[in-house]
Design a protein around this ligand. Sequence first.
Ligand SMILES: [Mg+2]
Length: 133
Amino acid sequence: MKILLAEDDFASRKFMSRILNKYGEADITVNGLEAVDAFLMALDDDERYDLVILDVMMPMLDGYQVLSTIRKFETDRNFKPEERTRVVMTTALNEEINVKKAMEIGCDAYVGKPVNVERFEMLLSKMGFEPIK
Ligand SMILES: [Mg+2]
């Protein structure tokens, strides 16, 4: 499976990439603009991401902006709901209003930081993703 991680904090990036590597090939981007570029490049190459892990607070474009851009790309291409990339947002902003906003834009799940590995892996499993190693 193909995964895209967008996370500007080095420690979080290292932590998350270690988990995600168990699930497949994880591309890593360090800000929102790079994440959008990577997503679009994968779309154009017809090698779409199965899963995007998106930090909310990032430079250039924040997670909400990246998410809405991703959903727009998909809508423009007439993707069916089941063809859309699964997006999990990760953030320390756990307030209901932030969660609601992310869900409205179209994220599939919202995970509070610090990320609990066990719970995160359980979530991925519920979404149909299992480790390959
Ligand atoms: Mg951040």
